[in-house]
Design a protein. Structure first.
Ligand code: ASN
Length: 484
C-alpha cells in the first residue's frame, strides 16, 4: 500500500469513530465499579420513591442487574417522580449510609416517560398469578428480570459446552410435515379440515413438536448437532409444567453406541449451566437469583438445588425402569398413601408425574436417569433392546427426572435399521410413506446414534426455583390462554 493512500484514509477513519456515540452505561456497569465523587448519568425505571420534607430517595433499575441504583435528592426534584416512570438521572456518586454501598446524589432528573398512580407494580408483594395478568409489565419485577437474565446466561453456557465438544448448532424447521412423537398432539396449520392447502393438495403441515427427526438428518452429515427451538403441543394439560409453546434443547450425536454416552452428554450440559452458580462470590447472576428468594427464606433451598446438580463430580444415579417400578411398588406396600390417591405402576404402565417426583425427591433427593422403558410406552424411533423376556420388551432410552419437576429430559439410542423402523411404524399404525425422507437416512450410510431433548423452561424453572414454568417464559401459551 502506498504511503499516499494510507494518509488519505487515516483522517477519515479517525473522524468517523469520533462521530459515533455509544450507549450510556448500564446500571450493572455502574454498580460494578462506582467511583466516589464522579458525576454520572444513569437511566432506569423507578421502582420506588420515598419523600420526606428535606430529602427524597428513589430506587431505579434498568433490569441489567438485580440491585437497584439508589438516588438521593432534593424533594423538589422528586416532585413528579412516580413508581413506574422512566428517568435519566445525573448526579455525583457518594458513599451511602443506606443498604447500598453507593448512591447518586442527583442534581438533574429528566423524566423520559412519566407514569400514573395506576401503574400496577407498586412496591409491595405481588403474587405470580397477578403478575401473569400483566404480561406487558411482569418482566420489570426483579424476579422476572433475573429469571430472564439466567435464561440468557444458561443458553450461552450450554452453547459453549456444546461447542467445546465439537457439536454444531443447527436451525431446524418450525413448519414440518410430520408429527415426530406420533402422539397426535400437533397444531395443524395447513391441509386441515378447513381446506387450506398452502403447501399443495394432500400436503398437511404442522408446527414442530420436536426437532429430533431433522436433527437426525443433520447428525448424519455433521456428526454432533444441537439446537434450541420452540416446540408446540396441542395438549390440554393445565399443569405447572406444560405449555403449548415451549423451547427445547435437543442434541443428536453420531457414533454414540451406548446410552450411557448420551446420558453423560446430557448431564454435562446441565452441569455447564449450573456450575458457575456455585461460585457465589464471582457470579452476579447467582447473587441475583438468591436475592429473589430472600423474602421467601428459600435461599438455602436454591443453593442446595444447585449443589445437587453440580456440587459433586459423582455421576448421577442411573436405574432401569424395572428397578424404578420395583422401588415404587415396595414403597406402596409399606404405605398405601405414599402417592396420595395414585397407585404404583404395574410393569408396562407409564410412570405418573407423582411417581417421578417422589423418586427424584423424597426417595433419592437427586437427579436420576431412568432407563429402558417398555417399548409400548415410547415412540417408534427408539432402538429396541435385545429381547430377554418376550413379555417385557424394552427400548434403549432414558428419562432424566428431578425433584418437584419430574421429567426434565427424554432421550434414546435411535434405531438405525431401515427395516426395523418400518416395522416399528407399522406396529404403531403409522404410515412409513409419510416419513420416506427419514427412512432414506438409513439406506445409505446408516450409523449408530442417539440424542435427547430437554424442556428448556422446566430446566430454567428448576434452577431458578420457580414453581410454574409459565413464570420463566416471556409470553406463556396454554389451552385457553394466548393473550398477547
Ligand atoms: N430430541 C428428543 O429426543 C426429544 C424427543 N423427540 C421428545 O420430544 O421427547
Amino acid at each position: 500500500m502506498s504511503l499516499k493512500y494510507v494518509s488519505r484514509l487515516r483522517p477519515l477513519a479517525l473522524g468517523r469513530s469520533r462521530l459515533y456515540s455509544s450507549l450510556p452505561p448500564t446500571n450493572r456497569a455502574f454498580l460494578a465499579s462506582p467511583v466516589e465523587g464522579e458525576t454520572v448519568t444513569i437511566n432506569g425505571w423507578v421502582r420506588s420513591v420515598r419523600k420526606s420534607k428535606n430529602v427524597a430517595f428513589a430506587d431505579i433499575s434498568d433490569g441489567t442487574v438485580g440491585e437497584p441504583v439508589a438516588l438521593v435528592m432534593n424533594p423538589d426534584l422528586a416532585k413528579s417522580l412516580l413508581t413506574g416512570a422512566c428517568i435519566e438521572a445525573t448526579g455525583q456518586v457518594k458513599a451511602s449510609t443506606g443498604k447500598q454501598a453507593f448512591e447518586i446524589e442527583a442534581n438533574a432528573i429528566k423524566v423520559l416517560g412519566p407514569a400514573t398512580k395506576e401503574y400496577p407494580l407498586q412496591k409491595k408483594f405481588h403474587t405470580k398469578e397477578f403478575l401473569r395478568t400483566i404480561p406487558e409489565y411482569r418482566w420489570k419485577t426483579s424476579t422476572g428480570a433475573t429469571v430472564m437474565r439466567y435464561r440468557s446466561s444458561a443458553i450461552s453456557k450450554i452453547s459453549n459446552y456444546f461447542e467445546s465438544q465439537d457439536f454444531t448448532q443447527v436451525s431446524s424447521p418450525i413448519i414440518t410435515a410430520s408429527d415426530c412423537e406420533g402422539g397426535g398432539e400437533v397444531f395443524q396449520i395447513s391441509g386441515g379440515k378447513d381446506g387450506a392447502e398452502f403447501f399443495g393438495p394432500n400436503r398437511p403441515a404442522y408446527l414442530s413438536v420436536s426437532s429430533q427427526l431433522h436433527l437426525e438428518v443433520f447428525t448424519g452429515a455433521l456428526s454432533r448437532v444441537w439446537n434450541l427451538a420452540p416446540a408446540f403441543r396441542a395438549e390440554s394439560s393445565d399443569t405447572n409444567r406444560h405449555l403449548s409453546e415451549f423451547w427445547m434443547i435437543e442434541a443428536e450425536m453420531a457414533f454414540a453406541t451406548e446410552l450411557d454416552q448420551v446420558m453423560t452428554v446430557a448431564e454435562n450440559m446441565i452441569r455447564s449451566a449450573v456450575t458457575p452458580l456455585l461460585d457465589e462470590a464471582n457470579s452476579v447472576i447467582a447473587r441475583d437469583l438468591l436475592a429473589t428468594k430472600k423474602y421467601e427464606d428459600k435461599e438455602q433451598k436454591l443453593r442446595d438445588r444447585w449443589n445437587m446438580l453440580a456440587g459433586s463430580k459423582e455421576p448421577w444415579k442411573r436405574i432401569t425402569y424395572t428397578e424404578a417400578v420395583d422401588i415404587l411398588q415396595g414403597l406402596y406396600r409399606e404405605n398405601r398413601k405414599v402417592f396420595g390417591k395414585v397407585r404404583p405402576p404395574k410393569w408396562g404402565e407409564g410412570l405418573a408425574s407423582v411417581h417421578e417426583k417422589y423418586l427424584a425427591g423424597e426417595y433419592f433427593n437427586a437427579p436420576v436417569f431412568i432407563t429402558d422403558y417398555p417399548t409400548s410406552q415410547k415412540p417408534f424411533y427408539m432402538l429396541g433392546n435385545d429381547v430377554v423376556d418376550p413379555e417385557r420388551q424394552t427400548v434403549s432410552c432414558f428419562d432424566l427426572i428431578v425433584p418437584e419437576i419430574g421429567e426434565l429430559i427424554g432421550g434414546s439410542m435411535r434405531e438405525s435399521s431401515h427395516d426395523k423402523l418400518v416395522q416399528y411404524m407399522t406396529n404403531r399404525d403409522m404410515n412409513p410413506e409419510d416419513l420416506q425422507w427419514y427412512l432414506k437416512l438409513r439406506e445409505h450410510g446408516a450409523f449408530p446414534h442417539g440424542g435427547f431433548g430437554m424442556g428448556f423452561e422446566r430446566f430454567i424453572a428448576f434452577v431458578t426455583g420457580q414453581e410454574n414454568i409459565r413464570d420463566v417464559i416471556g409470553f406463556p401459551r396454554w389451552a385457553g390462554s394466548c393473550v398477547c
